[in-house]
Design a protein around this ligand. Structure first.
Ligand code: NAD
Length: 502
C-alpha cells in the first residue's frame, strides 16, 4: 500500500513517474501480462505515469477475490458493523483530502477550487449518506388473511445482490465512482471497479483508504484498463458478476447491456444528456445568467447535467445572450493550481477533436458565433494541454446535430422562443432526457413546464442543487433506473419475501 500515494503527493509533477496498479484482494498488483499504458495531465500533456492494463486474468482474479469476500468476514458483519466501516471510509477520504484533490487535479486538469469545494467533499459525503441510510431503512410487511380463517405474515428482507461491476467515466472520477461504491458496500455487496482509462488516480488511492478503514480484503477491487476488448468488456461479460452499474456514454451503455443479457444480470445506467435551460421573460436575469454560465462551462462543459441548449423567451433574448457572452469571456483558462483559474481543459486531445468537430459543424450549419469557436492561445508551459474556448452560438436550425447531440464541451446554443409549448417541444426534441433547468417567477408555469419536460431531474430557478436522498437518473436514452436514497437500494439489494403462516 505505497504506490498510490506517490502519485497523488506529486500532482504537479515531481519528475517522478507513478505506477498505477490494480487493487485486488487488498493488495496493489501489476497486470499478469505486465502490460501498461500512459496517463497524461490534460492541462499540459506531461506524463503522470503508467497504468497497469487489465486483461482477462486480472479481471478473473478481482472477481474471484470479490466473490470470496462476500462469503468471508464481510458477509458475516451485522448491518451496524458494516455501516460503521463504510462511514470510516468517508473519514479516510476526509483525512486524505489533499491527496484526493491532487489526484483528481492531475487526472482531469480541473481547478483546485472545484475539487476542494465540490467533487472531493461529495465523494466523502456519499459514504456517510449511504451508511446512514442503510442503517435506518426498514422493509415492507403485510398481515394476510388465509382461507382457513387464520392468517399469515409476509415480510421482506433485503440481501446484497453479490459482486457488482462498477464502470466509471472520467468527468468527475471520485464523485461518480463513490456514488456507486458507497451504496453497493453499505448494502453488503462487494465490487470490482473499472475506472476510466483517463482517470485512474482516485480509484487507486481509494484502495489505500479502504485498507486503512478496515474494509476486509476483496471487498473493494480495482482493475484498470480500457473498454472494448479490455478490462471493461472482460468485466461486464464475466459470469461471476451479478449486476453492472455504469455511468458513461449511451453508446457504451448499449454495448454493456448486450453483455449483461448473457446470464440475465441487472443493470443501472446513468448515460448521456442534451439538457435544456428554459428561461422565461419574467426570470431573475442575473440568477439565470450566473447559473447557466456554471451549467454550460463548469468542468469545461464535461458535466452530464450541463446545459447545451438554452431557450430564452424572446423579450429577454438579447440581454441574456449579451450577459452570458460577457461571463464566458471572463473565464480564465489556466493551471489547475492557480487560484485565478476558472476554466480547465478538456480531458484529452481525442475528446477535443470531437468537441472541435461540433464547432466546425456549427459553422457549416450557419451558426452565429457569439463567442469562442476555437482553441485559446495558452502560455508555452500549458500549450500541450487539451484547451478549447468556451463557445456560444445562436441561429442554428432545430435539426442541427449541434443542438440535438451531446457535445460534452464548454458550449451552448441560445435560441429564442415565443410560447411555452414551443419551448417544451424544442427541449424535448432529443433522444436524451437527463436534466433541465427552468427559470420563471410564475409558480404555476414552473410546475407545469417541469412536468412537461422529458427529464429525469429538473431544477427550477437553480441547477445541480443535490439532495442525496432524491431519485437521480435519466429518461429516454439517458439511463435505466434511478440512483440516490432508497432508489440505490433497489438496485444494490434483492428484496426477498418471507411468508409465515400463523
Ligand atoms: P464512456 O462511455 O466512453 O466510458 C465510460 C467507461 O466505460 C470507461 O471506464 C470506459 O473504459 C468503459 N467502457 C467503454 N466501452 C466499454 C465496453 N464496451 N464495455 C465495458 N466498458 C466500457 O464515457 P466517458 O467518455 O468516460 O464519460 C462521458 C459520458 O458519460 C458522457 O456521455 C456523459 O454524459 C456521461 N455521464 C453521465 C452521467 C449521468 O449521471 N447520467 C454522469 C457523468 C457522465
Amino acid at each position: 500500500l505505497d504506490q498510490a500515494a506517490e502519485l497523488v503527493r506529486s500532482p504537479g509533477g515531481s519528475g517522478q513517474e507513478i505506477a498505477f496498479r490494480h487493487f485486488i484482494d487488498g493488495r496493489f498488483v501489476e497486470s499478469v501480462g505486465q502490460v501498461s499504458f500512459e496517463n497524461r495531465r490534460p492541462h499540459d500533456g506531461t506524463l503522470i505515469g503508467r497504468v497497469a492494463e487489465g486483461g482477462r486474468a486480472d479481471v478473473d482474479a478481482a472477481v474471484m477475490a470479490a466473490r470470496q469476500a462476500l462469503h468471508g468476514p464481510w458477509g458475516a458483519l451485522s448491518t451496524d458493523e458494516r455501516c460503521d466501516l463504510v462511514r470510516a471510509v468517508a473519514d479516510g477520504i476526509t483525512r486524505r483530502f489533499d491527496d484526493f484533490v491532487a489526484a483528481e487535479m492531475a487526472d482531469t486538469g480541473q481547478p483546485r477550487s472545484m475539487m476542494a469545494h465540490a467533487f472531493v467533499p461529495r465523494g466523502a459525503a456519499n459514504f456517510k449518506a449511504f451508511a446512514d441510510l442503510v442503517r435506518n431503512i426498514g422493509a415492507e410487511s403485510f398481515q394476510t388473511s388465509t382461507p382457513d380463517g387464520g392468517g399469515a405474515i409476509n415480510y421482506a428482507i433485503r440481501k446484497p445482490k453479490g459482486v457488482i461491476a462498477v464502470i466509471c467515466p472520467w468527468n468527475a472520477p471520485l464523485l461518480l465512482m463513490t456514488w456507486k461504491v458507497a451504496p453497493a458496500l453499505a448494502c453488503g455487496n462487494t465490487v470490482v471497479v473499472k475506472p476510466s482509462e483517463e482517470t485512474p488516480g482516485s480509484a487507486t488511492l481509494l484502495g489505500e483508504v479502504m485498507a486503512e478503514a478496515g474494509i476486509p480484503k476483496g471487498v473493494y477491487n480495482v482493475v484498470h484498463g480500457f473498454g472494448p476488448d479490455s478490462a471493461g468488456a472482460f468485466l461486464t461479460s464475466h459470469p461471476g458478476i451479478d449486476a453492472i452499474t455504469f455511468t458513461g456514454e449511451t453508446r457504451t451503455g448499449t454495448a454493456i447491456m448486450k453483455a449483461a443479457a448473457e446470464g440475465m444480470r441487472d443493470v443501472s445506467f446513468e448515460l448521456g444528456g442534451k439538457n435544456s435551460a428554459i428561461i422565461f421573460a419574467d426570470a431573475d436575469l442575473d440568477g439565470a445568467v450566473d447559473t447557466i454560465m456554471r451549467s454550460a462551462f463548469l468542468n469545461c462543459g464535461q458535466v452530464c447535467l450541463g446545459t447545451e441548449k438554452v431557450l430564452v423567451e424572446r423579450p429577454l433574448f438579447d440581454r441574456f445572450a449579451a450577459a452570458l457572452k460577457a461571463k464566458a469571456e471572463a473565464l480564465r483558462p489556466g493551471h489547475p493550481d492557480d487560484a485565478a483559474t476558472s476554466l480547465g481543459p478538456l480531458i484529452s486531445h481525442e475528446h477535443r477533436a470531437k468537441v472541435l468537430s461540433y464547432y466546425e459543424r456549427a459553422r457549416a450549419d450557419g451558426a452565429t458565433i457569439v463567442t469562442g469557436g476555437g482553441i485559446p492561445g495558452m502560455p508555452a508551459e500549458l500549450a500541450g494541454g487539451a484547451w478549447v474556448q468556451p463557445t456560444i452560438w445562436t441561429g442554428l436550425p432545430d435539426d442541427s446535430p449541434v443542438v440535438n447531440e451531446e457535445i460534452f464541451g464548454p458550449c451552448c446554443h441560445i435560441r429564442p422562443f415565443d410560447t411555452e409549448a414551443e419551448a417544451v417541444a424544442v427541449a424535448n426534441n432529443t433522444p436524451y432526457g437527463l436534466a433541465a433547468t427552468i427559470w420563471t417567477r410564475d409558480l404555476a408555469r414552473a410546475h407545469r413546464v417541469a412536468a412537461a419536460v422529458e427529464a429525469g431531474v429538473t431544477w427550477v430557478n437553480s441547477w445541480f442543487l443535490r439532495d442525496l436522498r432524491t431519485p437521480f437518473g435519466g429518461t429516454k436514452q439517458s439511463g435505466i433506473g434511478r440512483e440516490g436514497g432508497v432508489h440505490s437500494l433497489e438496485f444494490y439489494t434483492e428484496l426477498r419475501n418471507i411468508c409465515v403462516k400463523l
